[in-house]
Design a protein around this ligand. Structure first.
Ligand code: 13P
Ligand code: SF4
Length: 329
């Protein structure tokens, strides 16, 4: 018989049979209470996962929540670097991610050995890394940032500071423009955001000339230069909630539309089209979408797969994340 450990090693996730006649969502709720577990979910999760989450947020909000939770188990419905960040901040908790295969193309664009060689070639720089990176990269960085606070973090450094910004070159270029600083950029990108199609977007804008274009800063320059507003997922959500406009084209992962539609059902929200033909013809992160209610249920039953970070790396990474959290209060 296949053991739970075998499943984790072979599949990267665990399975569990739902007892006959039981409701999946109710069982997840029951297990959460029984085990004092909390479910943290990113806005890019499937709607049914957002609906059972105790907290939904962008990367900054999720790390703040992970740092302060008093639950015994954190189930992180997001991607691997998010689970790692939760473990770094709150090592006494069991941190579970429903599928260990849920990585991130942006985090993968900065392998630790190549990054170390890059830093060795550029001494004297302050290293600011976007939270979408591995624990090893965080440990080599001076400060972490997210898309909510990147401009503020860069601006917290002296004007003459030499800064390396990694791993997202698109966010880096945007922050350089906003702060008027020269940043040495690592050449990484998010495969989901760079797949948004400028040509299809132009056609869409032609059909909806009254729509405001709002975009995540991980998008490429040609989309950002056209945007009426640029911000993190939470900032985009707040924008549609608070601005008086009726129609928006949303250039980011389409998962955010769930909360937007709930918040402003009377407004028209159009996902920006992707180059690739995804099922939604919009933009979906294949890693975020590896999480399902079934995997969350099984992970709560078995309390697996867990995320671990070696203690020497954790302590170094904690310093750079804590610096960000202190600057974000
Ligand atoms: P935020 O959560 O900061 O908006 O970033 C989006 C993202 O790509 C997460 O992987
Ligand atoms: Fe990574 Fe992009 Fe997916 Fe976010 S949307 S998890 S940056 S691949």
């Amino acid at each position: 018989m296949e053991t739970v450990q075998n499943q984790v090693e072979e599949l990267g996730y665990v399975t569990a049979n739902l007892p006959e006649g039981k409701d999946l969502v109710q069982e997840i709720e029951r297990l959460k209470k029984e085990k004092n577990a909390v479910i943290l979910a990113h806005y890019y999760q499937y709607p049914e996962i957002q609906d059972i989450a105790d907290y939904i947020g962008d990367s900054l909000g999720l790390s703040q929540e992970a740092a302060k939770t008093d639950a015994d188990i954190i189930v992180f419905a997001g991607v691997h670097f998010m689970g790692e960040t939760a473990k770094i901040l709150n090592p006494g908790k069991k941190v579970i991610i429903p599928d260990l295969n849920a990585g991130c193309s942006l985090a993968d664009s900065a392998p630790a050995d190549k990054f170390k060689a890059f830093l060795d070639k550029h001494p004297g720089y302050t290293v600011i890394s976007y939270i979408n990176c591995s624990a090893e990269i965080k440990a080599m960085s001076d400060i972490i940032c997210t898309s909510s606070n990147a401009v503020k973090i860069v601006d917290s450094l002296p004007k003459d500071a030499k800064i390396i910004f990694a791993p997202d070159k698109n966010l880096g270029r945007y922050v350089a423009q906003k702060t008027g600083r020269e940043l040495l950029l690592w050449d990484g990108a998010c495969e989901v955001h760079i797949d948004l199609s400028k040509d299809k977007l132009k056609l869409l804008q032609g059909k909806h000339p009254d729509a405001k274009l709002i975009a995540h800063p991980e998008c490429q320059q040609d989309i950002l230069e056209d945007a009426d507003f640029i911000g993190s997922t939470t900032a985009l959500l707040n924008y549609v909630k608070t601005q008086p406009y009726q129609k928006f084209i949303v250039a980011t992962e389409a998962g955010i539309l769930h909360k937007m539609k709930e918040a402003v059902p009377e407004k028209e929200l159009i996902p920006a089209p992707a180059n690739q033909e995804n099922t939604c013809a919009c933009s979906e992160c294949p890693y975020m979408k590896m999480n399902t209610l079934e995997k969350i249920y099984a992970s709560l039953i078995h309390e697996q797969p867990q995320v671990f970070v070696p203690e020497d790396i954790r302590l170094k990474a904690l310093r750079s994340i804590q610096r960000m959290l202190d600057l974000s209060k």
